[in-house]
Design a protein around this ligand. Sequence first.
Ligand SMILES: [Zn+2]
Length: 238
Amino acid sequence: MPDNEALYLIDSYLKECDATVESVKDGKFVVLDATIFYPRSGGQPNDIGKMIRGGNEEFNVVFVGKFDGRISHEVDKEGLKPGDRIKCAIDWERRYTLMRYHTAAHVIASIVNRSTGALITGNQLELDKTRFDFSLENFDRAQFNHLVEEANDTLQKGIEIKTYSLPRDEAMKIPGVVKLAGALPPNIEVLRIVEIPGVDIQADGGTHVKNLKEVGQIEIVELVNKGKANRRVYFKLK
Ligand SMILES: [Zn+2]
Protein backbone atom coordinates (compact mmCIF):
# COMPACT_ATOMS: atom_id res chain seq x y z
CA MET A 1 0.00 0.00 0.00
CA PRO A 2 1.36 3.45 -0.88
CA ASP A 3 -0.16 4.96 2.25
CA ASN A 4 2.14 3.28 4.74
CA GLU A 5 2.92 6.58 6.46
CA ALA A 6 -0.78 7.33 7.00
CA LEU A 7 -1.45 6.37 10.62
CA TYR A 8 -4.97 7.84 10.51
CA LEU A 9 -5.99 4.92 8.27
CA ILE A 10 -5.05 2.46 11.00
CA ASP A 11 -6.38 4.45 13.95
CA SER A 12 -8.49 7.54 13.29
CA TYR A 13 -8.44 8.40 17.02
CA LEU A 14 -4.71 9.19 17.21
CA LYS A 15 -4.36 12.80 18.33
CA GLU A 16 -0.55 12.85 18.59
CA CYS A 17 2.36 10.92 17.14
CA ASP A 18 6.15 11.04 16.94
CA ALA A 19 7.72 11.33 13.51
CA THR A 20 10.93 12.05 11.62
CA VAL A 21 11.16 14.67 8.88
CA GLU A 22 12.03 12.94 5.61
CA SER A 23 12.19 15.92 3.28
CA VAL A 24 11.40 19.63 3.12
CA LYS A 25 10.54 21.41 -0.13
CA ASP A 26 10.74 25.19 -0.52
CA GLY A 27 11.25 25.48 3.24
CA LYS A 28 7.62 24.88 4.14
CA PHE A 29 6.38 21.63 2.60
CA VAL A 30 7.24 18.78 4.90
CA VAL A 31 7.07 15.01 4.29
CA LEU A 32 7.25 12.74 7.34
CA ASP A 33 7.97 9.04 7.82
CA ALA A 34 4.60 8.74 9.62
CA THR A 35 1.70 11.10 10.08
CA ILE A 36 -1.72 11.49 11.68
CA PHE A 37 -2.60 14.51 9.49
CA TYR A 38 -5.37 13.75 7.01
CA PRO A 39 -4.69 15.25 3.56
CA ARG A 40 -7.57 16.96 1.78
CA SER A 41 -9.27 14.34 -0.39
CA GLY A 42 -12.52 12.53 -1.08
CA GLY A 43 -14.67 15.43 0.11
CA GLN A 44 -13.02 15.48 3.54
CA PRO A 45 -11.06 18.65 4.43
CA ASN A 46 -7.45 18.35 5.62
CA ASP A 47 -6.46 18.40 9.24
CA ILE A 48 -4.61 21.31 10.76
CA GLY A 49 -2.45 21.32 13.89
CA LYS A 50 1.17 21.54 15.00
CA MET A 51 4.60 19.99 14.65
CA ILE A 52 6.70 20.43 17.78
CA ARG A 53 10.50 20.16 17.73
CA GLY A 54 12.59 19.86 20.88
CA GLY A 55 9.55 19.99 23.13
CA ASN A 56 8.80 23.68 22.65
CA GLU A 57 9.44 24.93 19.12
CA GLU A 58 6.12 24.95 17.27
CA PHE A 59 5.38 24.92 13.56
CA ASN A 60 1.71 25.37 12.66
CA VAL A 61 0.43 22.98 10.01
CA VAL A 62 -1.86 25.08 7.84
CA PHE A 63 -2.57 22.73 4.93
CA VAL A 64 -2.11 19.03 4.17
CA GLY A 65 -2.34 17.52 0.71
CA LYS A 66 -1.22 14.45 -1.17
CA PHE A 67 1.25 14.90 -3.99
CA ASP A 68 2.91 12.10 -5.98
CA GLY A 69 1.54 9.61 -3.46
CA ARG A 70 3.09 11.30 -0.43
CA ILE A 71 1.43 13.38 2.28
CA SER A 72 2.81 16.93 2.28
CA HIS A 73 2.34 19.23 5.29
CA GLU A 74 2.54 22.98 4.75
CA VAL A 75 3.90 24.74 7.82
CA ASP A 76 3.73 28.46 8.59
CA LYS A 77 7.49 29.03 8.95
CA GLU A 78 10.77 27.64 7.67
CA GLY A 79 13.35 25.81 9.77
CA LEU A 80 12.50 22.11 9.77
CA LYS A 81 15.24 19.88 8.35
CA PRO A 82 15.42 16.25 7.18
CA GLY A 83 16.17 14.01 10.17
CA ASP A 84 14.48 16.27 12.72
CA ARG A 85 12.52 14.35 15.34
CA ILE A 86 9.16 16.01 15.93
CA LYS A 87 5.85 15.47 17.65
CA CYS A 88 2.65 15.93 15.62
CA ALA A 89 -0.59 17.11 17.20
CA ILE A 90 -3.79 17.56 15.19
CA ASP A 91 -6.65 19.92 15.98
CA TRP A 92 -8.73 17.10 17.40
CA GLU A 93 -11.99 18.97 17.83
CA ARG A 94 -12.01 19.84 14.14
CA ARG A 95 -11.05 16.29 13.06
CA TYR A 96 -13.59 14.61 15.33
CA THR A 97 -16.36 16.84 13.95
CA LEU A 98 -15.33 15.84 10.42
CA MET A 99 -15.30 12.15 11.42
CA ARG A 100 -18.87 12.44 12.71
CA TYR A 101 -19.95 14.20 9.50
CA HIS A 102 -18.19 11.66 7.32
CA THR A 103 -19.91 8.69 8.95
CA ALA A 104 -23.26 10.54 8.89
CA ALA A 105 -22.84 11.17 5.15
CA HIS A 106 -22.34 7.45 4.52
CA VAL A 107 -25.49 6.58 6.46
CA ILE A 108 -27.83 9.09 4.81
CA ALA A 109 -26.39 8.56 1.32
CA SER A 110 -26.75 4.81 1.62
CA ILE A 111 -30.35 5.03 2.79
CA VAL A 112 -31.25 7.47 -0.02
CA ASN A 113 -29.53 5.21 -2.55
CA ARG A 114 -31.17 2.03 -1.32
CA SER A 115 -34.67 3.49 -1.08
CA THR A 116 -34.80 5.54 -4.27
CA GLY A 117 -32.05 4.14 -6.48
CA ALA A 118 -30.56 7.64 -6.67
CA LEU A 119 -26.86 7.86 -7.49
CA ILE A 120 -24.67 9.99 -5.25
CA THR A 121 -22.85 12.44 -7.50
CA GLY A 122 -20.81 14.49 -5.03
CA ASN A 123 -20.17 15.34 -1.42
CA GLN A 124 -18.28 17.89 0.64
CA LEU A 125 -17.82 17.81 4.40
CA GLU A 126 -17.54 21.04 6.36
CA LEU A 127 -17.33 21.82 10.04
CA ASP A 128 -20.81 23.28 10.40
CA LYS A 129 -22.63 21.36 7.68
CA THR A 130 -22.21 18.76 4.96
CA ARG A 131 -23.41 18.75 1.41
CA PHE A 132 -24.27 15.83 -0.76
CA ASP A 133 -25.60 15.68 -4.28
CA PHE A 134 -27.67 12.98 -5.84
CA SER A 135 -29.42 12.34 -9.07
CA LEU A 136 -33.16 11.64 -8.85
CA GLU A 137 -35.87 12.67 -11.25
CA ASN A 138 -39.03 12.12 -9.22
CA PHE A 139 -38.32 13.80 -5.95
CA ASP A 140 -40.83 13.77 -3.14
CA ARG A 141 -40.14 15.98 -0.14
CA ALA A 142 -42.28 13.92 2.25
CA GLN A 143 -40.53 10.73 1.18
CA PHE A 144 -37.17 12.39 1.74
CA ASN A 145 -38.13 13.46 5.26
CA HIS A 146 -39.00 9.87 5.93
CA LEU A 147 -35.53 8.77 4.80
CA VAL A 148 -33.95 11.29 7.18
CA GLU A 149 -36.02 9.79 10.01
CA GLU A 150 -34.80 6.35 9.03
CA ALA A 151 -31.19 7.61 9.05
CA ASN A 152 -31.67 9.11 12.51
CA ASP A 153 -33.15 5.86 13.83
CA THR A 154 -30.13 4.02 12.40
CA LEU A 155 -27.72 6.50 14.04
CA GLN A 156 -29.13 5.62 17.46
CA LYS A 157 -28.49 1.91 17.07
CA GLY A 158 -24.96 1.73 18.42
CA ILE A 159 -23.52 -0.09 15.39
CA GLU A 160 -19.72 -0.53 15.38
CA ILE A 161 -17.98 0.62 12.20
CA LYS A 162 -15.39 -1.74 10.69
CA THR A 163 -12.41 -0.81 8.52
CA TYR A 164 -10.26 -3.39 6.74
CA SER A 165 -8.33 -4.01 3.55
CA LEU A 166 -9.39 -6.20 0.63
CA PRO A 167 -7.67 -7.05 -2.64
CA ARG A 168 -9.21 -4.92 -5.40
CA ASP A 169 -10.68 -7.93 -7.31
CA GLU A 170 -12.42 -9.23 -4.22
CA ALA A 171 -13.66 -5.80 -3.13
CA MET A 172 -15.17 -5.06 -6.54
CA LYS A 173 -17.51 -8.04 -6.14
CA ILE A 174 -19.33 -6.25 -3.32
CA PRO A 175 -22.41 -4.47 -4.75
CA GLY A 176 -22.17 -0.70 -4.33
CA VAL A 177 -18.64 -0.76 -2.95
CA VAL A 178 -17.72 2.19 -5.16
CA LYS A 179 -20.32 4.87 -4.53
CA LEU A 180 -18.92 7.82 -6.41
CA ALA A 181 -18.40 7.27 -10.12
CA GLY A 182 -14.78 7.81 -11.07
CA ALA A 183 -13.62 8.23 -7.47
CA LEU A 184 -11.39 5.17 -7.42
CA PRO A 185 -7.85 5.50 -8.79
CA PRO A 186 -7.14 2.68 -11.27
CA ASN A 187 -3.69 1.79 -9.91
CA ILE A 188 -4.68 0.75 -6.39
CA GLU A 189 -4.39 -3.01 -5.78
CA VAL A 190 -5.67 -3.10 -2.21
CA LEU A 191 -8.75 -1.19 -1.18
CA ARG A 192 -9.60 0.08 2.25
CA ILE A 193 -13.17 -0.83 3.06
CA VAL A 194 -15.34 1.06 5.52
CA GLU A 195 -18.32 -1.04 6.58
CA ILE A 196 -21.25 0.04 8.71
CA PRO A 197 -22.78 -3.44 9.11
CA GLY A 198 -26.30 -3.64 7.70
CA VAL A 199 -26.19 -0.01 6.54
CA ASP A 200 -23.34 0.72 4.14
CA ILE A 201 -20.14 -0.69 2.73
CA GLN A 202 -17.73 1.17 0.49
CA ALA A 203 -14.14 1.70 -0.53
CA ASP A 204 -13.10 4.80 1.39
CA GLY A 205 -9.93 6.55 2.53
CA GLY A 206 -11.56 8.83 5.07
CA THR A 207 -11.68 8.92 8.85
CA HIS A 208 -14.76 7.64 10.66
CA VAL A 209 -16.05 7.30 14.20
CA LYS A 210 -16.02 3.86 15.85
CA ASN A 211 -19.69 3.71 16.72
CA LEU A 212 -22.75 5.25 15.07
CA LYS A 213 -23.85 6.59 18.45
CA GLU A 214 -21.01 9.13 18.32
CA VAL A 215 -22.52 10.87 15.28
CA GLY A 216 -25.62 12.40 16.85
CA GLN A 217 -28.66 13.27 14.75
CA ILE A 218 -29.03 14.67 11.25
CA GLU A 219 -30.97 17.87 10.65
CA ILE A 220 -31.65 19.01 7.09
CA VAL A 221 -30.61 22.64 6.58
CA GLU A 222 -31.44 23.09 2.93
CA LEU A 223 -32.65 21.11 -0.05
CA VAL A 224 -31.97 22.56 -3.47
CA ASN A 225 -33.22 21.41 -6.85
CA LYS A 226 -30.46 21.99 -9.36
CA GLY A 227 -32.06 21.22 -12.66
CA LYS A 228 -34.22 18.33 -13.74
CA ALA A 229 -32.76 15.49 -11.72
CA ASN A 230 -29.97 17.00 -9.62
CA ARG A 231 -30.66 17.39 -5.91
CA ARG A 232 -28.38 19.02 -3.38
CA VAL A 233 -28.85 18.50 0.35
CA TYR A 234 -27.16 20.35 3.21
CA PHE A 235 -27.39 18.84 6.64
CA LYS A 236 -25.93 19.57 10.05
CA LEU A 237 -25.47 17.41 13.11
CA LYS A 238 -27.01 18.05 16.49
ZN1 LIG B 1 -16.52 8.39 2.66
